[in-house]
Design a protein around this ligand. Structure first.
Ligand code: NAP
Length: 523
């Protein structure tokens, strides 16, 4: 059923209340927000100006010390209450995320899982991550050296539209737990998920000014947030990431950049073909391929290529591409006209240069304005746009390889380095191949969730896919300033004690250095 005939679940009065809760000093230009299933405008949101963003950051800056003064256990309790609220209020969150992103409900549900998992992890581990650490001192026994972690102040989070629940809040949770205040600028297309989550965080006990959402355009509100923040956590396209890094760099503001990908999946000859095909379906078509860690390149060993391809094409044809606010459809809509245009132009360019479409390859305006069929292509070569550029749609190119070395070379032949997967029945072999793939995460016998959902382990991009990491200790410590406090209990490390001639001191130090090299406790 075309969704223009399907009533949206999300309550328009609730959307209107959320839009009017965005703090702006005066009436601002209104940005329309569209429901991708139907192309109908559902609401408008204010285009916050740089003055609005400055005011939000100022409020955050004032609120931050009191928030940081609370015991970490209190901040963790608020995040655990938020965890429960997200699960309790999941239906409204799913309705809103689907309405503004056009994704299938199962894809929105993945976001609920992710938000809850990340909240649980960081709430339980924040205490440990903030614990002062004893490090080896300059001189054993004589120097007591400890490292303390302080919040950086105000963290700016800039997020894209593809995972509006996850990406507006999961990077903010460790920042909050570390004692920072956070200001989020969600994508213009999907502001309501972020605003709803803000309300849940407030209900959970996070003070209003410690977590704020400003809506508006990246060029103004986003840039102002980069300008004003003490740390910027940016998720989005590589070209925007470069601009953010440049602006942050000019201010010597630290930032992490989670950027685009052109992710490879490698199927080794001993892989379980059925499982690998299921992995490819999930890895290529989840969220209609609008997933930074989705696969757009599949490399399959020639001994199993025909069978793999045949099964992949049959399974792809069987996917349910349709709109719907209930669980059921496998694949939803693209976000909007720009994304549809990119996907169509990449496929047309490939076809015009000799690629073959085995299934899909067409827009489906009968289902909604931005639906595009899950598409499998072969014969993709280097001069085609979709060989190297991120398509960010439900389109995958399949190619065979004859040696594992070739597969690794093909996988690494990209400016990007975000996520990969390797399929094999031999775990050791999988790990050996994985370590040679230049990507920040590599999954063995899974598409992306094994690494992504291992929230204790760092996730991020190599090469043009980013800077820094989210998740785990790395995704927490980036929001802190490390401070080393060292107490010298006797004498000085670099000056002779009073009355001792320099020459004697120098001799004694040389003996000490030689001895310390050999002492296992002094490394
Ligand atoms: P985008 O165009 O780069 O936008 C991302 C965010 O940046 C939006 O909120 C945008 O505002 C804002 N922005 C734009 N210009 C800015 C500027 N000059 N200064 C500060 N902020 C600015 O990306 P997108 O199209 O929303 O998202 C798709 C991309 O994100 C894909 O490349 C995908 O691979 C990547 N992504 C990466 C990850 C990861 O973890 N590595 C995860 C998800 C997505 P507007 O709302 O005005 O556009």
């Amino acid at each position: 059923m075309a969704l223009s005939k399907l009533p949206a679940r999300a309550d328009s009065a609730a959307l209107s209340r959320l839009a009017s809760s965005v703090p702006t000093d005066e009436t601002r230009e209104e940005i329309p927000v569209e429901a991708p299933y139907s192309g109908i405008n559902i609401q408008t949101i204010p285009a916050s100006t740089s003055a609005d963003v400055s005011a939000a950051v100022e409020r955050a800056r004032e609120a931050q010390p009191a928030w940081a003064d609370r015991p970490v256990s209190e901040r963790a309790e608020a995040v655990l209450r938020f965890h429960d609220l997200v699960l309790d209020e999941r239906r409204e969150l799913l309705d809103v995320a689907q309405l503004e992103s056009g994704k299938a409900r199962i894809d929105a549900f993945e976001e609920i899982l992710d938000v809850a998992t990340t909240a649980r992890h960081y709430a339980h581990r924040a205490d440990e991550y903030l614990e002062p650490e004893r490090r080896k001192g300059a001189f054993p026994v004589l120097t007591d050296t400890r490292v303390y972690r302080h919040p950086v102040g105000v963290v700016g989070v800039i997020s894209p539209w593809n995972y509006p629940l996850t990406l507006s809040v999961t990077d903010a949770l460790p920042a909050l737990l570390a004692g920072n205040a956070v200001v989020v600028k969600p994508a213009e297309e999907t502001p309501f998920s972020a605003l709803l989550l803000r309300d849940l965080l407030r209900e959970a006990g996070v003070p209003n000014d410690s977590f704020q959402v400003v809506t508006g355009r990246g060029s103004e509100a986003g840039a102002a947030l980069v300008e004003e923040s003490d740390f910027v956590c940016f998720t989005g396209g590589t070209e925007t990431g470069r601009k953010v890094a440049e602006q942050a760099g000019a201010n010597l503001t630290d930032c992490s950049l989670e950027l685009g990908g052109k992710n490879p999946m490698v199927v080794l000859p001993d892989a379980d073909i059925g499982k690998a095909v299921s992995g490819a379906i999930q890895g290529c078509f989840t969220n209609a391929g609008q997933l930074c860690i989705a696969f757009e390149r599949l490399y399959v060993h020639e001994s199993i290529y025909d069978e793999f391809l045949d099964r992949l094409v049959r399974r792809t044809r069987g996917l349910d591409l349709s709109p719907g606010y209930d669980f059921g459809p496998d694949v939803g809509s693209l976000i909007g006209s720009d994304q549809l245009e990119t996907v169509e132009s990449h496929v047309e360019d490939a076809l015009s240069k000799g690629a073959d479409v085995l299934t899909g390859g067409r827009a489906r305006p009968d289902l909604g304005p931005y639906f595009f069929e899950p598409t499998v292509l072969t014969g993709v070569s280097d001069e085609m746009e979709l060989a190297r550029e991120e398509t960010f749609g439900p389109v995958v190119a399949v190619e065979s390889f004859d040696s594992v070395a070739d597969a690794i070379e093909l996988a690494n032949d990209s400016e990007y380095g975000l996520n990969a997967s390797v399929w094999t029945e031999d775990g050791d072999r999988g790990r050996k191949v994985a370590r040679q793939i230049e990507c920040g995460t590599v999954n063995i016998n899974d598409a992306y969730a094994a690494a992504w959902a291992s929230v204790d382990a760092p996730m991020g991009g190599m090469k043009d896919s980013g800077l820094g990491r989210r998740h785990g200790r790395e995704g927490f410590e980036k929001y802190t300033e490390a401070q080393t406090v060292a107490e010298q209990r006797a004498g000085s490390v670099t000056a002779p004690p009073e009355g001792v001639p320099d020459g004697w001191y120098a001799k004694a130090m040389l003996v000490s250095l030689r001895a310390m090299k050999r002492l296992p406790g002094v490394r």
